[in-house]
Design a protein around this ligand. Structure first.
Ligand code: SAM
Length: 180
């Protein structure tokens, strides 16, 4: 496959994705991604996790990057992708509740947006489903005028502690929903 990507924010995460998502490979899993950008993480999931013919991903982004659709087609599995262009706070509430096996939250990095994505996404997860937050430790003064993901993820982990199992806390945070 010859993909066209300008950025690589995903490759450092591949080992942790394999560790926590291997059990979904070959299953008709329902997945969600907030922040699909050029499709680097999406196409990796299509190739490695969404291998069952009935596996699906809802991919949300504010904007459709020019190379996104070509990359999804290059994966050979574009029909597994439901592309939703819009703000996550408006798109996620339209999705079915208790429906997803995995959600990757990698959209807006401002604290209020990450917190809203976390809470809205939690309701869409099946019990047993896994949520991953990218850039938990990201803090770039040039872009953090409205806060960092860490503030929001810490608040979510605190408030939802009794409904979550913590799987990983490093540069990314991974949790399993253990109750509604
Ligand atoms: C870091 S990139 C995603 C990278 C991608 N997941 C990967 O690993 O290759 C973040 C993306 O989130 C999108 N985004 C930012 N704020 C958003 C929002 N409120 N709703 C939906 N998408 C958003 C941006 O347009 C951008 O494409």
């Amino acid at each position: 496959m010859v993909y066209h990507f300008e950025y690589d924010w995903f490759s450092p995460n591949i080992e942790v994705f394999k560790k926590h998502l291997a059990h979904l490979a070959g299953t008709p899993c329902e997945t969600l991604e907030i922040g699909t950008h050029e499709g680097r993480s999406t196409t990796w999931m299509l190739e490695n996790i969404l291998t069952h013919p009935d596996a699906r991903i809802v991919a949300i982004d504010l904007l459709q990057q020019p190379n996104l659709w070509d990359n999804l087609v290059e994966s050979g599995q574009p029909l597994k992708v439901e592309l939703r262009i819009g703000v996550s706070s408006e798109v996620v509430p339209t999705l079915q509740t208790n429906a997803f096996d995995f959600a990757y939250i990698d959209g807006s990095h401002w604290s209020c947006d990450v917190l809203e994505d976390a809470i809205l996404t939690f309701k869409r997860m099946k019990v047993g489903g896994i949520m991953a937050f990218d850039d938990y430790l990201w803090d770039d003064p040039a872009f953090n005028e409205h806060g960092t993901p860490k503030v929001a993820v810490d608040a979510f982990l605190t408030c939802y502690a009794h409904k979550l199992e913590l799987l990983e806390k490093g540069y990314q945070v991974w949790v399993r929903k253990i109750s509604d």
